[in-house]
Design a protein around this ligand. Structure first.
Ligand SMILES: C[S@@+](CC[C@H](N)C(=O)[O-])C[C@H]1O[C@@H](n2cnc3c(N)ncnc32)[C@H](O)[C@@H]1O
Length: 200
């Protein structure tokens, strides 16, 4: 188990308690862009948005590499379907999903390995599909182990810039439909970037 997953194993309950409706504006935009009901959430964590997808009658599958996060998700959203899966070893049928929601999860993937994830996302997304990706940003790209929200515990983060990540998406077969940025509601020095994309 890597450092990031070790941290999530310890903080899963706390993560769920702390998680707020930070992404509701983007969630609403995403829903309006969808052409169908099949949703894959990549790095679903404790299932915060899973609950909303289920309420809105989506055919939802959430995948995550952390058993602890999934355990909490299954408890909080018993009607949702969750599967333990590393996004770097995604095994799912081709062109199955109308939408992919990847909120604050690709930020744990080293930049060098992102093409592997992009390839899987591209494979499982329908031609008419839309994906949402949100990440932490820094003015200069940087990656490494960080101790931030959980004292004494580290997670690996890869920070991107708006333009840099847009270019990465383009290089990996995705066209950006909409992008934006916003600060974290509490940790004001933490900036987030987000992308709505489709297959190029
Ligand atoms: C910051 S949390 C975000 C969780 C959820 N998307 C949310 O917005 O609350 C990051 C999640 O990514 C998961 N994760 C990290 N590396 C992963 C990998 N290689 N494959 C799948 N999930 C991973 C973690 O276990 C964790 O649940």
């Amino acid at each position: 188990m890597n450092a990031t997953l070790k941290t999530y194993a310890k903080v899963a309950e706390e993560y769920a308690q702390r998680r707020r409706d930070f992404w509701m504006p983007e969630f609403r935009i995403f829903k309006r862009m969808l052409k169908g009901k099949n949703i894959l959430e990549v790095g679903c964590g404790t299932g915060h948005e899973a609950e909303y997808f289920i309420k809105d009658k989506f055919n939802y599958l959430g995948i995550d590499a952390s058993s602890a996060m999934l355990k909490v998700a299954r408890k909080l959203v018993p009607k949702a379907r969750f599967q333990k899966m590393d996004m770097l070893k995604m095994k799912l049928p081709e062109k199955l999903f109308d939408g992919i929601w990847a909120c604050a999860s690709l930020l744990h993937i080293p930049k060098k390995q992102l093409p592997v994830v992009f390839k899987s996302l591209h494979k499982v997304l329908k031609e008419s599909g839309v994906a949402f990706i949100s990440l932490k940003s820094k003015s200069r790209p940087w990656e490494g182990l960080v101790e931030d929200a959980y004292p004494g515990m580290k997670r690996f983060f890869s920070y991107h810039t708006l333009q840099g990540f847009k270019k990465l998406l383009q290089q990996n077969g995705f066209k950006t439909l909409k992008k934006g940025s916003k600060p974290h509601p509490v940790r004001k020095n933490e900036n987030w970037i987000m992308f709505f994309v489709k297959k190029a």
